[in-house]
Design a protein around this ligand. Structure first.
Ligand code: NAD
Ligand code: WQD
Length: 345
């Protein structure tokens, strides 16, 4: 019998790529999502790639009863990966309570339902945003968490603190919190990828939309940072590498190899690229010149975020394998595919 794993936020960007990796590794996957930022069409994409259609449960995890019912139905699951959250940084500044409510009540309900149903192995999507503005780079997991610059970011810091408290009195539960750096790219098939609603916040989808003619030009937020070309440096990670890290984390929990009841790992490549380097990598891969203009800094941006991924490399036996050109190429292939669909070609 296949080991059943629940994936909340499973029709979303990272959740869908992780679902593919899970299915390809022989797990039975149940996706739980309220479709607030994704579409049930993703299930078809997952089936197209893997040959298996995962079950989708349309549930809003902020509702305790909906959460309890779906967990009771799948109480034979052996683990859960909790991706479900709202993630738009700018929107969270405008609607802080919506972000705190959605991200924290869904986490608390999910934690409680997990324990009530003895599912016991819990993986959480955290973010490098919990490091705030770090004093130096590369960033290791023992750097202190600092107040993130947005309610979204702060919801991730508070989420980690809630889990730390919860685990104290729930010793059957094991948690791994994964702090992602900057996930980009798409599945190599071009069948699933990131689907930003409205204007993208993040650099990569903005670049591909400008190249596809959906937006006029990219605004580069500042070139007066203390970096090699003045633009901020980030540690970009291919979403498929990220998905594979979740499998390693899951295996660690299922095999009882975790050394503490709550462990934290950075997921990054350990390499940093500036905004201009990303633009130039994109121009090289796509053969297109990107229309961009340097403008003022964006509030809350820090000059440099680079992970020290050694802990994940050693303990999870995971390493980011896909390089920048693969990340950028897959993002561009995905964008072209969406545009073909949208334009009905
Ligand atoms: P996404 O928006 O594509 O996926 C999140 C999914 O959660 C969506 O399908 C949405 O419909 C669902 N969801 C939201 N609230 C829900 C609720 N109350 N009940 C049920 N489903 C709900 O985002 P993503 O990029 O795939 O991110 C996945 C996780 O990783 C999130 O927790 C996000 O905060 C975290 N993360 C993302 C990034 C990034 O840059 N993409 C970086 C660090 C951390
Ligand atoms: C990267 C660089 C921008 C857009 C965010 C969240 C973080 C995490 C990942 C979830 C920065 C520059 C961007 C544009 C630009 N998400 N940029 N023009 O800000 O590092 O991280 O996504 O947890 O919490 O904060 O990623 O892709 O927005 O920006 O110049 O139109 O690109 O200034 O230097 P960021 P990003």
């Amino acid at each position: 019998m296949k080991t059943k794993i629940l994936v909340t936020g499973g029709t979303g960007y990272i959740g869908s790529h992780t679902a593919v990796s899970l299915i390809e590794s022989g797990y039975e996957v149940v996706l739980i999502d309220n479709l607030s930022n994704s579409s049930k069409e993703t299930v078809v994409g997952i089936q197209e790639i893997t040959g298996t259609k995962p079950k989708l449960e349309v549930v809003d995890l902020t509702y305790k009863k909906q959460c309890a019912d779906v967990f009771a139905k799948h109480n034979d699951a052996k683990g859960l990966i909790h991706f479900a959250a709202l993630k738009a940084v700018g929107e969270s500044v405008k609607r802080p309570l919506q972000y705190y409510y959605n991200n924290l009540s869904s986490l608390m309900n999910t934690l409680e339902c997990t324990v009530d149903n003895q599912i016991n192995n819990f993986i959480f999507s955290s973010s490098a945003t919990v490091y705030g503005k770090p004093d130096n780079v590369p960033i290791s997991e023992d750097f202190e968490m600092k107040r993130p610059f947005s309610p979204y970011g702060n919801s991730k810091k508070i989420a980690e603190e809630i889990m730390e408290d919860f685990i104290v009195s729930n010793d059957s539960l094991s948690i791994i919190s994964l702090r992602y750096f900057n996930p980009i790219g798409a599945h190599e098939s071009g069948i699933i990828g990131e689907l930003p609603t409205g204007t993208p916040n993040n650099l990569m989808p903005y670049i591909t939309q400008v190249a596809a003619g959906v937006r006029e030009k990219l605004l580069v937020f500042g070139n007066d940072y203390p970096t090699r070309d003045g633009t901020p440096i980030r540690d970009y990670i291919h979403v498929v590498d990220l998905a594979e890290a979740h499998l390693k984390a899951l295996k660690r929990l299922l095999d009882r190899e975790n050394e503490k009841t709550m462990e934290v790992f950075n997921l990054g490549s350990g390499k940093g690229y500036t905004v201009l380097e990303i633009i130039h990598a994109f121009e090289k891969v796509s053969g297109k010149q990107l229309n961009y203009e340097v403008t003022a800094r964006r509030e809350g941006d820090v000059p440099e975020l680079i992970s020290l991924p050694d802990l994940a490399n050693i303990k999870l036996q995971w390493k980011a394998k896909r390089d920048l050109s693969e990340m950028v190429k897959s993002a561009w292939e995905w964008e072209k595919k969406i545009r073909t669909k949208v334009n009905g070609e």
